[in-house]
Design a protein around this ligand. Structure first.
Ligand SMILES: [Zn+2]
Length: 260
């Protein structure tokens, strides 16, 4: 399986290149840069291949309509290649939106020694933006075939599917506190201290999803209508439509299904 090693500069003598052209939030991948003069960011090495993000200026489309969004790209490439494409989109977007210092307004420059934009005037550093978001599967009852899991339909879901509860972490709280607060806010129940399951970069546009499991302690489901259309306890053999394999939500649900 391919491995990706992030780096700030390519090693000497690299002959193979992969240019991930970032067109808005879509990507077009080629072994040549479509134009010289567009901003490029070195991402790292994917086995022997040097990977670059090309920040395509607004209004240009070197793919002539062939660029795809990251959702569509998933499943057409390996997980590693998909993550590199997501990294390209996030770094191009970050670079675009940090051209000037947020404190004194001077134009910024790329730092030589790490992945940051630096203000030559006041020294402020800006790093690629990441928004941590927790996602949790809540279970009810003893482990085994009769255990239930809480799945909810969010108001923003385009498809009629049910998933785990999720939300952004607030300043000043731990991930575990954020899980307990979000579950309380969204469906009105109290849960136990959650346990970490795994994480996933989620470049839509710059989240990091952090997965947890937790157990129901008390309370009846009462949905916050601003966030949740419907939430129910489900048995494994009565599941509604659930998210596709791309998401950590699905991985949390699949892990639970295997336990029953
Ligand atoms: Zn400044």
């Amino acid at each position: 399986m391919a491995t990706f090693n992030p780096a700030l500069t390519p090693p000497a003598g690299v002959t193979q290149h992969r240019y991930i052209h970032v067109i808005g939030s879509n990507v077009f991948i080629d072994d040549r840069a479509a134009e010289s003069g567009w901003a490029v960011h070195f991402l790292g090495m994917l086995d022997g291949e040097a990977c670059w993000a090309v920040d395509v200026p607004a209004g240009e489309d070197p793919s002539y309509g062939a660029a795809v969004d990251l959702y569509s790209l998933h499943g057409r490439t390996s997980e590693v290649e998909w993550a590199v494409a997501g990294r390209a989109v996030q770094l191009a977007e970050w670079s675009r939106t940090h051209q000037f210092c947020g404190r004194c307004g001077q134009p910024t420059v790329h730092s030589d020694n790490d992945r940051s934009m630096k203000c030559p005037g006041c020294g402020l550093l800006a790093y690629p933006r990441l928004a941590p978001a927790m996602i949790t599967l809540v279970t009810k009852g003893d482990p085994g075939p009769d255990q239930l899991a809480l799945l909810a339909r969010g108001v923003t879901f385009r498809a009629p599917m049910y998933s785990c509860l999720a939300g952004f972490v607030e300043a000043g709280e731990s991930l575990e506190q954020s899980v307990i607060r979000e579950v309380r806010e969204e469906v009105g129940i109290e849960v136990a201290w959650p346990t970490y399951q795994g994480s996933q970069p989620w470049p839509f546009p710059h989240s990091l999803m952090i997965g947890f499991r937790t157990e129901w302690v008390s309370g009846e489901i009462e949905c916050d209508p601003a966030e949740i259309v419907d939430a129910q306890w489900y048995r494994r053999d009565e599941l509604p439509s659930i998210p596709p394999g791309i998401s950590i939500a699905r991985k949390l649900i699949d892990a639970w299904l295997l336990e029953g």
